[in-house]
Structures are given as C-alpha cells and as structure tokens.
Design a protein around this ligand. Structure first.
Ligand SMILES: Cc1cc2nc3c(=O)[nH]c(=O)nc-3n(C[C@H](O)[C@H](O)[C@H](O)COP(=O)(O)OP(=O)(O)OC[C@H]3O[C@@H](n4cnc5c(N)ncnc54)[C@H](O)[C@@H]3O)c2cc1C
Length: 543
C-alpha cells in the first residue's frame, strides 16, 4: 500500500529540507511561551470538554465530561441482588488489575507470606504495560542523581506534582531497575555490559540520559518476565473477572470487592483485609472523540469503583495526549510512535518541510505545537480519508545515530509499518496527538494508600506523582516503585488484622444520589469494555 500520490509529493518537500534541518537548533521555549502555547492549543483547554461532577466526594470539581458520565451512573449490579454471605474467596490481599502495577504489588506482598488473589478483567498481562515501547527511567548514569531526576520530574509536571511522591519515585528508581534486571528483563546492552548510547537517550524534559529499553517493546519484555515470576511464586490469578464495586464496612474501610465472572455475568464476592487497585487508565473513553494508544481494557473502571467508595481524586482534569500517535494508515490510527524516535533525533516536520518545535520539549508542549501547526497555521498534511497530521522524519535517526539504528532499536514499529508497505528506515511517518495517559487519578500517599482506609492505588489509576503532565519513561518506573511500596505495606499491615464486615450500603447511597439528582439515564458503570458496534463503529474519530 505505502503512501499515496499527494502524500508522496509532500514527502519530496520534506526530503528537500532534510540537510538544512540537520544543522538547525531549535531553542527550548521559555516557561511563559510554553504556557501560552498549551493554553491555546492543548486539548485539555478546549471549551466545553469538561464539567463539574454532580455526585460524590469531589462534587463540584471539573472533570472530562465522558468521565463525569461514568461517575454519575448507577452501579452495574443491583446491591440488593448480591448475597454477601456467599463468599467466593477470602484472602489477605486482593490485587485488582493484571498489568505491571498489579503484578508488582502481588509479588512483593507474597514475600511477606500472605495469601493473595490477583483478579483481572481480561487475560493476565492484557494491559497498557505490555504495550509500553520507549522505556523506563532510572537515575543511574554518570552525573545523574535522584535530585536531578526529581527536579526534571517536577518541572515536567509544571511543579504541580506532590513532592513526597516524586521523592519516592526518584529515590527508588535505581533499586527498581536492579530488581527488574535481576528478574531477567533483557535491557539493551552493548557486549561490554554498558547501555548503548542510542538507547540511554534523552527523553523530553529530562536533563540527563536515563531511559532503559528493550528495543521498542520494553513493556512486553517486562510483562513476560513478571508473568513467569508470578506463576513461579504460585500467586493465584483470576482472569476475566473485573471488579465492579468495592466492599466497605460500617466505618468506610475497604473489606473486599465484588467481581463479575465475565462468562456467566454473575457476581463473585471476595473478602480481603487489604485491597490494591491497579486497574490502569481511561484511554478507551476516547475523550473528545480522539484516537487512543491504549489497550481495550482502559475504561476508567478503577476510578469509578474507588470514587463510589469515597476515594478523593486529583488532577483528573488533565490528560496526556501523546504528540505522536499514528495518523496514517488508518488501520494503525492511534498506534503509539514512541518518544524514543524523537529522543534519537527524528524531526517533526510540517507540510512546508519545516521543523516547528524542539522535539524534546515535554509532551504537552509538543502536542500543542502540532495542533497549532495543523489548525492555526494550516500546515498539516491531509490523508486521503481526511485525517491530518505532521511528518515525523524517522530516517534522520540513521543519519544522526548511525546506519542500522532504526532496525536495531525500533523493530516493533518497523514491522508494524512494513505491514502497510511503509519502510520507516527510508520513509517518515504521519503523526498526530492521541489520547495516551491519565495524568491524575486517586489521591494517595507515598505507600499508595488512598483516602479510603485499607484501599491502595497503584500505577495509572493513582494520581499526584506526575502533576499535570507526565514525562516519558516515568510511568513504568511509577508502577514498579509504588507497586512495591503498596505490596509491602499491605502485606505487613494485614498480618495484624481481622477480616471486616462486608457491605454495599455506600452503593445504595450512591445510586440514590444519582436518582435524587435526576441524573439516572439508565446507564450503568463501570464500563468494562468500550463499545464499537453499530453506529459507534461508523463515528469518525475526530481530531
Ligand atoms: C502504547 C503505550 C506505550 C507506552 N509506553 C510507555 C513507555 O515507554 N514508558 C513509560 O514509562 N510508560 C509508557 N506507557 C504508559 C505505561 O505503560 C502505563 O501507564 C503503565 O504501564 C500502566 O500500568 P498499570 O499497571 O497502572 O495499568 P495497566 O498496565 O493498564 O494494567 C491495568 C490492568 O487492570 C485491568 N483492569 C482494568 N479494569 C479492571 C477491572 N474493573 N477489574 C480488574 N482488572 C481491571 C486491565 O485489564 C489491566 O490488566 C505507555 C502506554 C501505552 C498505552
């Protein structure tokens, strides 16, 4: 298939400016320039895309409308139809979510000899973690330190981040990298054991090289290793069993969860002393009808069940749109084109063949710059089906980093594009921002404890550490740092606890509030899976 006629013409223009672009230095924007750009063009600032939530502990806070819709629904199961005396399983620690955060929490909790169940919605490993491409950060290079890493992370989040969470993230990062290496994650190395220069690259917003990768399939390599370890340690995993609500006792402490057996659609009651929620993000809500990089299970379930149980939320009004989601071919719409390409030197180029932003600005800034290029300056490149984007000039990588770099480090992307006749060694790819990451989530402390007692939140479902903008490579380190901390804390504490009373009274109260406020539209949440059938399949994803 490859590129069509008009796209080829645009590519000729791009090639004619490549030599000049290689000499060009684009300065990093000042703080106020960045702010202005983001406020004018970042999707978070579009008018009418948020509203005040009308129910629950954060009533009145501004959130994306699509998320409000889910939080203002009644529950999937009618609490009066669930027999809470019919307990399917009683465990010390219930971990909900089978991605990297959940797996890590379960593994560390296991080291304390407690009984664990890991319940997940799809197959174990079906997650955003397994899709991670670019890599994981740890401050281990010469001249780097937790302090430098701390400042970069705070700066990336425009200093809105919760400081003690960033402290934990940056201080623990070296030990987590070592833990993963000791488990057997095959990070890229030269024959002498050093990190290849082209891997240990700078990511947007980082002042030191600190990315560790396994080609461009880092998440898959990590998730495979974790899965083996989880089974080696005989941790019980229950697949196709999503959590649909949490259980609380009279004092509002979390005492377990109601799961749904996806085969029978029947409820399963799990009683637990501690619950660790690691259900990931909300990409599949397609906020503002944008394409997404996320896996199919990213439907904000964790936020919904935690909120109904009384958990406070933070920064959920801020969403990360990754600057380089695929815009062509349409079959790959939203496929992440990792930041690692820009880190290795790829240029962002408009329809006139010009670079328009320093490619290593933070993601919010780069996304805003691309949208400005397309919307305001009308310098986007239009595909045959009406999508618009800008070029990411991938062939620059081999020129800057040496021939063979793309083939060596970007195998996954090379393969995906080759399936559609595009060879990224020789040809640029067309990109446009895609919904990628929920910067916020449930408020927690530095051991992952949420504002609901006995309920921990880990990974993308948690908020605070990244402030209003996450730096690349910081989510993978986040899920392992806080997975470890939550797993250990939950296991230690539950040794001195009894099982609590199980109740769904909070769900009755929530459902009543929805009805009383006239919000009941017959919809139920959590969503569990996105619906692409019928007319929804025909809805054009908007840019
Ligand atoms: C394409 C892509 C590339 C990325 N690349 C990078 C990168 O290079 N570096 C980086 O740092 N970050 C990257 N990220 C972000 C990072 O991968 C994720 O933020 C992180 O892995 C999230 O981990 P998690 O454990 O919190 O959630 P997930 O890995 O998404 O796991 C959540 C799990 O919970 C399950 N679940 C959902 N709802 C329920 C429910 N109701 N009940 C039970 N289980 C449920 C899901 O099925 C899933 O198994 C990338 C993300 C994507 C999408």
């Amino acid at each position: 298939m490859g590129y069509t006629g008009t796209l080829r013409e645009s590519l000729l223009r791009l090639e004619s400016t490549r030599a000049r672009r290689l000499e060009q230095e684009i300065p990093i924007l000042t703080l106020s320039e960045k702010e202005q750009l983001i406020k004018r063009f970042h999707p978070d600032y579009r008018p009418g895309v948020k509203r005040e939530i009308a129910v629950g502990v954060d009533e009145g806070e501004s959130l994306p409308s699509e998320l409000c819709d889910l939080l203002e629904c009644t529950s999937l199961f009618d609490p009066d139809e669930i027999d809470l005396s019919d307990i399917t399983r009683r465990v010390d620690v219930l971990v909900i979510g089978g991605g990297g955060g959940g797996a890590t929490a379960a593994m560390f909790a296991r080291e304390y000899g407690v009984d664990i169940l890991l319940a997940t919605k799809l197959r174990f490993g079906d997650s955003n973690t397994i899709m991670a491409e670019g890599g994981i950060n740890a401050c281990v290079s010469r001249g780097d330190s937790p302090m430098r890493y701390y400042i970069d992370t705070m700066g990336g989040g425009a200093f809105t981040n919760i400081p003690e969470l960033v402290r934990a993230l940056t201080m623990d990062s070296p030990r987590i990298l070592k833990w993963l290496e000791d488990l057997g994650v095959p990070f890229d190395k030269e024959p002498d054991g050093t990190v290849p220069e082209a891997t240990f690259r700078l990511g947007g917003g980082h002042s030191r090289p600190r990315v560790h990768s396994v080609g461009d399939y880092t998440g898959m390599a990590i998730m495979h290793t974790l899965r083996d370890e989880l089974y080696n340690r005989e941790i019980e995993v229950k697949e196709f069993s999503p959590a649909v609500d949490l259980l609380l006792d009279d004092g509002g402490r979390c005492t377990g969860a109601v799961l749904m057996d996806l085969e029978t659609r029947r409820p399963l009651v799990v009683s637990a002393k501690k619950v660790i929620l690691a259900t990931g993000g909300l990409g599949r809500l397609h906020l503002q009808e944008m394409p997404t990089t996320n896996h199919y299970g990213a439907t904000a379930d964790g936020i919904v069940v935690a909120y109904r149980a009384g958990a406070k939320l933070i920064f959920l009004d801020s969403v990360q749109f990754h600057p380089t989601g695929t815009a062509y071919p349409e079959q790959l719409l939203g496929l992440l084109v990792s930041e690692g390409l820009r880190g290795r030197g790829a240029h962002l180029v408009n329809g006139d063949g010009e670079r328009f932003i320093n490619e290593l600005e933070t993601r919010d800034t780069v996304s805003a710059a691309i949208i400005r290029e397309v919307r305001e300056r009308d310098k986007g490149i239009v595909t045959p089906t009406g999508m618009t984007g800008v070029w990411l000039d991938v062939p620059v990588i081999d020129i800057v980093k040496g021939k063979g770099t793309v083939r060596r480090f970007l195998k996954h992307l090379h393969h995906r594009f080759m399936q559609y006749g595009i060879d990224i060694v020789q040809e640029p790819v067309l990109v446009y921002p895609a919904q990628h990451y929920q910067n916020g989530g449930c408020l927690c402390d530095d051991t992952g404890r949420s504002t609901v007692r006995n309920l921990y939140v880990v990974g993308e479902v948690a908020g605070g550490v990244h402030g209003r903008n996450r730096l690349g490579g910081n989510s993978l380190i986040d899920i392992f740092v806080f997975g470890r901390r939550a797993g250990i804390d939950a296991a230690e504490k539950c040794k001195h606890m009894d099982f609590g009373k199980l109740s769904l009274d909070h769900i009755r109260r929530h459902n009543q509030e929805v009805v009383d406020k006239g919000l009941d539209r017959g919809l139920r949440s959590p969503l569990l899976l996105p619906d692409y059938r019928y007319e929804k399949a025909l809805t054009q994803i908007k840019q």
